[in-house]
Design a protein around this ligand. Structure first.
Ligand code: HEM
Length: 402
């Protein structure tokens, strides 16, 4: 059995080789004391859906104050009540002209590149195009100044780094983990609590929401808002970076995607499957149970390998290949499954599609810079690029019409 620490996974491709080995030999493997790794599609799907048996997240948050536990770690039935509020505050992004906002943002980012480089440009596709999109969009949806997006990016990174350090220690609330971030959100809660002319932004919708007739406390609004920012930021930028990495590496594929807009949605879903932005989620077993034939004692942690499930060869033929014409394209588990399934999926899909549409319209040719070796962000649960230096050629102005 290869040694495999899902909290400190090996680089690619060794990581995927280890997952394939687990799927074949031992789909639920003991990877540390009281810690298991579930590798098969069936095991991961079952575990994600059985929310009474498998609860929690990477650290034991049950010791934290109830109002400061992020939604992903809250047990039922409380989770369901808070989750309804979160669905309710996120869904109206559709009425906030978010599509137009993303469209203008993506064009503005490419304008900058085009103005500074004219014809063939040298450009960091991840740092200069991909990274600003999710953090600016979440600032728009939250109703805070979009110029603050750089703070969100930096704070999300810092918060994740600080959370990594808590894996083997005492869990902290998000406010304790990043007081500056928390103070910023608290300030915006207070502005909205006293606003004479309330807007329809996400924080205002949290303030107006009720659970069983009771309004939400500031602690809960702050915790869930910070959690939404991190959950939406790291993941979406990883997705965008991963799909662009596939395109810049394969001129034929880029030309196909560029000339056939109808292919794009399928390509995006297939990229989510193969290069899964969230590689794992973790839960604790609430009782003695059996997963994929393996007995799991109460209290043990199970790490559900979403990335491995998405490459399960019994479900997806030739799983390492990007095949946008797959018949079962949408079976991937990149957004999870069951009651915790990602509430931000429609926003993420909107960002991914518009970022790709705008890029295809404006850029006629793109290739990765010679000698670049893919480097990934140091976030153990994610797969995403730190940078992606490319050469790009803009389409003639007439064919870039918006
Ligand atoms: C490509 C982008 C994204 C990916 C791959 C992704 C993936 C996931 C996954 C795998 C889960 C866990 C599901 C489970 O436990 O079954 C999740 C949960 C969650 N995601 Fe996303 N996500 C993305 C974007 C977003 C966005 C844009 C937001 C919000 C703005 C968001 C907010 C959340 C929240 C709040 C949860 C916890 C839900 C719960 O526990 O009930 N995500 N996401």
């Amino acid at each position: 059995m290869p040694s495999f620490d899902p909290f400190n996974p090996p680089d690619l491709p060794t990581r995927y080789e280890a997952m394939a080995h687990f799927r074949q030999i031992c789909p639920v493997a003991k990877v540390a004391d009281s810690r298991w790794y579930a590798a098969s599609y069936g095991g991961v799907m079952t575990g994600l859906k059985e929310v009474e048996t498998f609860v929690g997240s990477f650290v034991d948050t049950s010791v934290l104050p109830e109002d400061e536990i992020p939604v992903s770690a809250i047990p039922e039935p409380r989770h369901g009540k808070i989750r309804r509020v979160i669905n309710g505050v996120l869904a109206p992004h559709r009425t906030m002209h978010t599509d137009q906002f993303i469209f203008e943002l993506a064009n503005a980012l490419l304008d900058e590149a085009e103005q500074s480089h004219q014809d063939t440009a040298s450009f960091d596709l991840v740092q200069q195009y991909v990274d600003p999109i999710p953090s600016t969009v979440i600032a728009h949806v939250l109703g805070v100044p979009t110029e603050d997006f750089q703070k969100f990016r930096q704070w999300s990174d810092e918060l994740l780094e600080n959370q990594n350090a808590q894996l083997d220690g005492q869990p902290l609330t998000l406010t304790q983990t990043h007081p500056e971030f928390a103070a910023y959100i608290q300030h915006h809660i207070e502005i909205r609590r006293h606003a004479k002319d309330p807007q329809n932004d996400l924080i205002t919708r949290f303030i107006r929401a009720e659970i069983e007739g009771e309004p939400l406390s500031d602690d809960m609004i702050r915790t869930q808002t910070i959690n939404l920012i991190i959950a939406g930021n790291e993941t979406t930028r990883n997705w965008l970076g991963n799909y662009f990495a596939a395109l810049v590496d394969d001129a034929e594929l880029y030309e196909r995607i560029r000339s056939q807009p109808a292919m794009r949605e399928k390509f995006l879903e297939e990229s989510l499957r193969r290069d899964c932005p969230v590689q794992i989620v973790a839960r604790a077993a609430m009782e003695d149970t059996v997963l994929d034939g393996q007995p799991i004692p109460q209290g043990d942690q199970v790490v559900f390998g979403i990335a491995s499930a998405n490459r399960d060869e019994t479900i997806f033929e030739n799983p390492a290949e990007l095949i946008p014409d797959r018949s079962n394209l949408k079976k991937h588990l990149a957004f999870g499954a069951g009651p915790h399934i990602c509430p931000g999926a429609s926003l993420a899909r909107l960002e991914a599609r518009i970022a790709l549409d705008v890029f295809c319209k404006r850029v006629s040719f793109v290739s990765v810079q010679a000698g670049y070796e893919f480097q990934y962000n140091p976030v153990f649960w994610a797969l995403g690029l730190r940078s992606l230096p490319v050469n790009l050629k803009f389409a003639p102005k007439a064919s870039q019409k918006r």
